[in-house]
Design a protein around this ligand. Sequence first.
Ligand SMILES: Nc1ncnc2c1ncn2[C@@H]1O[C@H](COP(=O)(O)OP(=O)(O)OP(=O)(O)O)[C@@H](O)[C@H]1O
Ligand SMILES: [Mg+2]
Length: 306
Amino acid sequence: MEDQAEKLREIVKRKKDGSAKGSSSSKGNVKSADKARIITVTSGKGGVGKTNLSVNMALAFARLGKKVIVMDADLGLANVNVMLNMIPKYNLYHVIKKQKTIREILVETEYGISIVAGASGFSQIANMGEEDRKDFISELDSLSNADIIIIDTSAGVSSNVLDFIAAADDAVIITTPEPTAITDAYGIIKIIATEYDSLNVGLKLVVNRARGAAQAKGVADRMINIAGQFLNLKVDYLGFIYDDVSVPHAVIRQKPFLVVDPKCKASICVQHIVDRMDRNKPGESAGFGAMLKRLFKSSQHENNVV
Ligand SMILES: Nc1ncnc2c1ncn2[C@@H]1O[C@H](COP(=O)(O)OP(=O)(O)OP(=O)(O)O)[C@@H](O)[C@H]1O
Ligand SMILES: [Mg+2]
């Protein structure tokens, strides 16, 4: 933790010196990503619906008039662009190799959202070193002109994923009602609690592929109680998404289900989730700059508990 805080302190210093790569402050009238709300979507188990939630949530926010970027931060098996049937020329591989900036690889979609494509099939990137990871996170700062940045991560716990959670205003943890998915989701919550015991990221739970509201609420209540009791960690229940055949149908057509079938159960659920998030804005502690400050505080007051 101290090591990490040290690196982030350096980033802040570089920002203050005005020498941060891709800093938006020098780019005239563009809005700073400091004000963008960063939402990281993560899970313990793979295949539980992160990419579907990220993309469709982005669309729902866009329909509320927000400028939204989805970043595919799965650095091993990218799939946001596959889900949208796009083959961007450049992706995060080029950013990590320092051949392009994130702004340069940003592409607009036909759905009113922009995406940053992930890097598929480069396992060495998924395991990049700490220095490169920090440089990469600091690049987020250059995603100016966005209201919302949704980061779709890979499943499970890696240093990359933890960085993206630390960078977030809201960390959305997604599970299904399956015991294996619940156990793995609890696992990631526990690691967040251990790594960042005084970090003020809003942890939010979504139960995907539920039979109905009652089943989902049961799953959520159990997890939230255990997190509160054993980890002293507050997790909010954000909502659920029905197990809905419209989802795999849309995936096969490589279009968001919110576009293919806006009235299907899954679409309505995502709209509810986004309405709830929009009502509960993170306030003053939002954005990249605030995240760095939070990390500072957490390293200075190691003994504080959220
Ligand atoms: N609400 C749902 N109803 C029915 N099927 C769903 C639902 N959500 C997800 N699925 C199915 O699960 C598959 C995996 O979803 P998705 O790719 O979003 O998961 P993921 O968590 O991003 O996976 P990975 O960990 O591999 O990145 C989808 O292709 C779809 O078939
Ligand atoms: Mg995915």
